[in-house]
Design a protein around this ligand. Structure first.
Ligand code: ADP
Ligand code: MG
Length: 697
């Protein structure tokens, strides 16, 4: 096996390869586009395309694809081969600048939220030169943005790139105003920590709920769950370790900076974290990571579950979006430095974020809403549905002192004395962790922790970048005409913290008191996707997106409709799967078991009436009663699903109906099913148990 530095990025047409393979002038022109966002000439694209193709063909590629992120929740690709006829039945391998820059996948089958009727099927993909092309499965992958013929954005990359531009523009204006004239560009960086479950493929294949919906819809608890905390950071099992090693190597080849891996809280649950990178690269890489995680699992006879809540009763999976802002001069704007009390620039950016999170808490909540994440938020395993910010004791005290106008002396970083000679003493971080906060300051970045594991991180980052850009643009307007800029900045910081301090909460977010306290503070508590998404089209949010040119009014409405429709569809599939499992497998299996019990009891009685049959009779009675309830609930659920059609003309009402009626019935049906499972012989129960799934690897 080659050494890691040798194969790292070997499948990526990265800067090094561009430098090697492109003529100097072409390389320079492309670099300008990548770094400064300058438009690219078609003649340059032609040269790049040809070099890319030669490199890809050397890697064994026959095809290329424009890889994009439509509103489906996964990535999409359409493959074209490089072949081109060259007369006399011959072919050559060809790839033009035009093919690199523009693709035309049929857009009609992707969600568009009613933007475009199906007869207007044309859609375009455009090359995103800021994200490197790569080779996977003998195909050259070109990261692209996706829009409709009429120009409406139909993907997640375009608004993300727009939001990155916005925050850069506004941050640079503010920085230049306060004297940092050398700064010309600001980038947001993201490091997404990814949680996942690994289960045995043979067991997975026997569960239609996992196959169709990614989560178990029935399943009684195993005798053991996560109560001993013995899985978290525990020694990694051999089979899992082999998987992780393989996964790391696959990711490294694709230039993905996979760094940390460990076991998570729930049995069979694990985590992978990369080193952070620019937001759009981090997004592309996280999408790829999720895909490679699934693929690599197959090679090991495993299945990787990325659903937010595959198993009831143990923790579900999330994703932590570590987010920061840095300048083209290499400065992290969220680094408080040694003396945050004297770091006015840091305070100003902190204030901008506090204001943004307070004013647009709904958008942050919306950005992490999904049917899967509804199972986690507020369930004391993930942050609550209430968005608040954690700053830690030190920064919290600093903000208080700014509001009160009192003096603040930084405690600085104290040393940790281990008290053991052989163990080195070390400097402690200035703040402890608060694992319960949805949006926590962690040293030099914010960690947005409310994301679900399967989410495309573009969504929360579009929101973060846009809302902070908005704060900064308002700051700029307030400061631009100030005669004494230093005094004006200080005053603005104080005013902002004072107005928005209610969003800061350093306590336990899982406590019931917080729910009450948050309500008193006027913070939103949007418990489910329909509750949250309803706010998407609030006027203040439409104004925000339109003003910052992230979406136009039509595009916002489209996204609103798509979110609601997807949600309804997902629950609909879950309900249909449950009905199928109930009718075709659970009911017949339990009935057979009851028949066997009855046969046994009758046989015993026939033999002699002194042989006790109480065990059989009690089970027969209990299971027979439950079977009646179970069958009745199944019918109710079937009827509820049919009735859903009555609401389908109104997206919000439709989604709410699925949440309040269909989902509620599913819970009831599950409860009866799970209780039957605990009484039914495992020989008869048609599905592998929680124990087998969670402890089967
Ligand atoms: P923890 O589990 O303590 O949250 P990890 O080390 O697992 O910490 O993950 C921290 C993540 O934060 C990593 O992906 C890391 O690269 C990322 N990170 C660190 N600094 C920054 C930064 N300036 N911007 C964005 N992400 C960052
Ligand atoms: Mg973390």
């Amino acid at each position: 096996m080659a050494k890691v530095p040798e194969f790292f990025g070997s499948m990526v047409f990265n800067d090094q390869k561009m430098q090697e393979r492109l003529p100097k002038a072409t390389y320079k022109a492309l670099k300008k586009t990548i770094q400064n966002g300058e438009p690219l000439d078609l003649s340059v694209a032609n040269v790049v395309a040809s070099a890319m193709k030669d490199w890809a063909v050397e890697k064994g590629c026959t095809h290329y694809t424009h890889w994009f992120q439509p509103m489906t929740g996964i990535t999409a690709e359409k493959h074209d081969s490089f072949i081109s006829p060259s007369g006399e039945g011959q072919i050559i391998m060809e790839f033009s600048g035009k093919e690199l820059v523009k693709g035309e996948p049929d857009a009609s089958s992707f969600p568009s939220g009613g933007i475009r009727a199906t007869f207007e099927a044309r859609g375009y993909t455009t090359w995103d030169p800021t994200s490197y092309a790569f080779v996977k499965d003998s195909t050259l992958y070109i990261p692209t943005a996706f829009c409709s013929y009429t120009g409406e954005v139909l993907d997640k990359k375009t608004p993300l790139l727009r939001s990155m531009e916005r925050i850069s523009t506004e941050a640079v204006k503010v920085l230049n105003l306060i004297g940092k004239t050398e700064i010309s560009r600001v980038i947001t960086t993201v490091g997404p920590e990814q949680e996942y479950f690994l289960i045995d493929k043979e067991i997975y294949d026997q569960r239609e709920d996992l196959i169709y919906t990614g989560r178990t819809l029935f399943g009684a608890k195993a005798p053991k769950g996560q109560e001993l905390d013995d899985h978290y950071f525990g020694a990694i099992k051999t089979r899992v370790a082999e998987y992780m090693k393989d996964l790391d190597e696959e990711l490294w080849k694709l230039g993905i900076l996979a760094k940390t891996k460990h076991n998570e809280v729930a049995p069979s649950q694990h985590e992978l974290a990369p080193i952070f990178s620019t937001t759009n690269i981090a997004t592309d890489h996280n999408e790829l990571t999720m895909e490679i995680m699934k693929k690599t699992a197959e090679k090991h006879g495993l299945v990787c579950l990325l659903h937010e809540k595959p198993f009831a009763g143990v923790n579900g999976s999330g994703k932590h979006n570590n987010w920061s802002i840095s300048t083209n001069t290499g400065e992290n704007l969220l680094d408080p430095g040694k003396q945050p009390e004297n770091n006015i620039q840091f305070q100003l950016f902190l204030a901008a974020i506090v204001k943004a999170v307070h004013e647009y808490q709904d958008l942050l909540r919306i950005s992490v809403a999904s049917s899967g994440n509804d199972h986690r938020l507020g369930a004391n395993e993930a942050p609550p549905s209430i968005i608040s910010m954690y700053l830690g004791d030190d920064l919290g005290a600093l903000v208080d002192s700014i509001i009160d106008g009192t003096e603040y002396v930084s405690k600085g970083r104290t040393r940790m004395m281990t008290g053991v000679d052989v163990l080195p003493d070390f400097k402690k971080d200035t703040s402890d962790r608060n694992r319960t906060s949805p949006f926590a300051f962690t040293g030099n970045k914010f960690e947005f922790r409310a994301l679900g594991s399967s989410l495309n991180i573009a969504c929360p980052n579009i929101m973060l970048n846009t809302i902070v850009a908005q704060s900064l643009s308002e700051f700029y307007d307030e400061l631009k005409d100030a005669s004494d800029i230093d005094a004006a900045v200080k005053e603005l910081i104080k005013k902002t913290f004072t107005e928005h301090k209610d969003i800061i909460f350093n306590g336990n977010n899982y406590a019931d008191e917080w729910v009450e306290e948050a309500e008193k503070r006027g913070l939103l508590n949007l418990k489910s996707l329909p509750d949250a998404v309803a706010h998407y089209i609030d006027q203040k949010n439409i104004d925000l997106f339109v003003k910052n040119r992230i979406y136009n009014v039509e595009e916002i409405h489209a996204r609103y409709e798509i979110e609601l429709e997807n949600y309804a569809k997902e629950i609909n599939i879950e309900a249909l799967t449950m009905i199928d499992m109930a009718k075709k497998n659970i009911l017949p299996s339990v009935t057979s078991y009851v028949r066997e019990l009855t046969d046994t009891a009758l046989a015993k009685k026939a033999l002699s009436d002194v042989i006790p049959t109480t065990v059989e009779e009690e089970l027969i009675l209990s299971l027979s009663n439950k079977l009646v309830c179970f069958a009745k609930k199944t019918t109710e659920l079937e009827e509820a699903v049919i009735k859903a059609g009555d609401y389908s003309s109104n997206g919000l009402a439709y989604a709410k109906y699925f949440r309040e009626t269909v989902f509620a019935l599913m819970q009831e049906l599950r409860a009866i099913g799970d209780s039957m499972e605990t009484e039914t012989s495992s020989e008869y129960w048609p599905y592998p148990s929680y124990g087998e799934m969670l402890f089967g690897v």
